[in-house]
Design a protein around this ligand. Sequence first.
Ligand code: FES
Length: 87
Amino acid sequence: AFEVELARTGEVLEVPGDRSILDVVRDARPDILSSCEEGFCGTCETKVLAGDPEHRDTILTEADRERGATMMICVGRSRSPRLVLDL
Ligand code: FES
């Protein structure tokens, strides 16, 4: 498990191993947009303000991944204990 912090409100949510970040964030932000939920459409692309995302999508380029500035939260995970998202 790891935590995500929603930067706009400071809420901190725990993401257990069996739930996606998108799913957990949706509890706090029911209006969050998604479509494929499998990492290929780009709808859920979210800015990462801090932390080390583990990318599992099929959209970002290698350079994008290294930059780590955005991630697809429907499939992505975290290598760091906490990710701070621009949400
Ligand atoms: Fe399609 Fe996340 S909802 S990439």
